[in-house]
Ligand binder design. Structure first.
Ligand code: KG4
Ligand code: ZN
Length: 355
């Protein structure tokens, strides 16, 4: 993982950032979830609609970018209508003060659908438009449920595309401690599940079957366990594949349980060490893998033992959703301002280093 620079910034606010900007429509289409949400004051979810494309991609064992983009085109209009309706608005945009959208990172064809729609609505409704970094949005998921988290805190952001350990040293100051050097944690879950024939997405499938297995059945490697804050999961994945090829009769539940245990051991050990070293008041989980039952249990246990807070967003806010986008957009409007309508989708967007 390169770079250890401080990264952007999520100060909390209790009042609306720009007078008159209270109710924000969020749109999320970066991968395989088409989502729209209406959030008031960056904190109160008036509506949140998520349409998953899981069934569409399941037969291919992973997200097919072209199919994802086409599905967003079909789904976004009804998803938006539902989210607006559930918030007491409609497609005239009544009561909506701004439109926020994920503009990266993600699949380019998918991102473009959301970005184009958000710009069109902002223009039609004559309200500000703001582009949001998907990773920043995941961090906001925690703040939606617990806006008074103590500082400093450590955030473990684990999703299908990213594995980041971030220090929040004060409200608004973030520092990247480490990240994966190869596969993201969710990617490892998805690849191993695919190999084991457990379907897609792999994380929930492994999580479910692992509960019936023996986590000590196989001693899979724990990469960099006591070394720094970077992660590596591709050796673990290869080790699972090699072992199962050599011993095809092994119980899948035992393999899943041992694999899940290895991933969680590393995630919790590093997050815990980071929290101790920075004197964190709380450890916060974010991203789809934060829905993992063992990770949640072990993180909570570690925090209790260490006498710090644990914040585990509800599962619906861990995985991709548009409420976190609206919340991040509301904050961004106040601290950075609206985005120009020339803003394009950026599939490789990173958390931007601060000066
Ligand atoms: O944050 P997210 O919804 O989308 C990305 O931005 O990537 O995360 C999706 C990832 C997938 O890799 C999925 O397998 C994983 O989160 N995931 C889980 C669980 N639920 C979702 N991984 C482990 N255990 C789970 N229960
Ligand atoms: Zn995500």
């Amino acid at each position: 993982m390169t770079g250890r620079a401080p990264i952007t910034i999520l100060p909390l606010m209790t009042t609306d950032p720009i007078p008159g900007i209270h109710r924000v429509l969020g749109i999320e289409t970066s991968c395989d979830e088409t989502a729209a949400a209406v959030v008031d004051g960056g904190a109160h979810i008036a509506s949140s609609v998520v349409s998953s494309q899981i069934d569409l991609h399941a037969r291919y064992g992973g997200v097919v970018p072209e199919l994802a983009g086409r599905a967003h085109v079909e789904l976004l209009t009804p998803v938006l209508a539902d989210a607006l309706d559930a918030a007491g608005s409609d497609t005239s945009g009544a009561g909506i003060d701004a439109v926020a959208v994920t503009y990266g990172p993600g699949l380019i064809g998918s991102l473009l659908v959301g970005v184009a729609e958000a710009k069109a609505l902002a223009l039609a409704w004559d309200v500000p438009f703001v582009g949001v970094n998907h990773l920043e949005a995941h961090l906001f998921a925690s703040l939606l449920e617990q806006p008074d988290l103590g500082w400093p805190l450590v955030v473990l952001l684990v999703s299908g595309g990213h594995t980041l350990l971030v220090e929040v040293s004060a409200p608004g100051r973030y520092r990247l401690l480490g990240g994966t050097v190869d596969d993201a944690a969710g990617e490892a879950f998805d690849k191993v599940a695919r190999f084991l024939g457990l379907g897609y997405p792999g994380g929930p499938a492994i999580d479910a079957i692992a509960d019936d297995g023996d986590p000590t059945a196989f001693a899979f490697p724990r990469a960099f366990l006591d070394d720094g804050y970077d992660f590596s999961f591709s050796g673990l994945k290869t080790s699972v594949v090699n072992m199962v090829r050599k011993h095809p009769g092994v119980a899948t539940a035992d393999v899943a349980a041992s694999f899940r245990q290895a991933v969680v051991d590393v995630l919790v050990a590093k997050a815990r060490r980071a929290a101790r070293e920075v004197g964190a008041k709380a450890l916060c989980l974010a991203g789809g893998v934060a829905a993992n039952s063992l990770l949640r249990q072990r993180a909570e246990q570690a925090c209790t033992e260490d006498g710090i807070g644990a914040f585990l967003p509800t599962r619906a806010l861990c995985t991709d959703n548009a409420a976190m986008v609206a919340a991040a957009g509301w904050w961004r409007l106040g601290h950075v301002g609206p985005s120009p309508l020339t803003l394009g989708a950026d599939p490789n967007l990173r958390l931007v280093p601060t000066a």
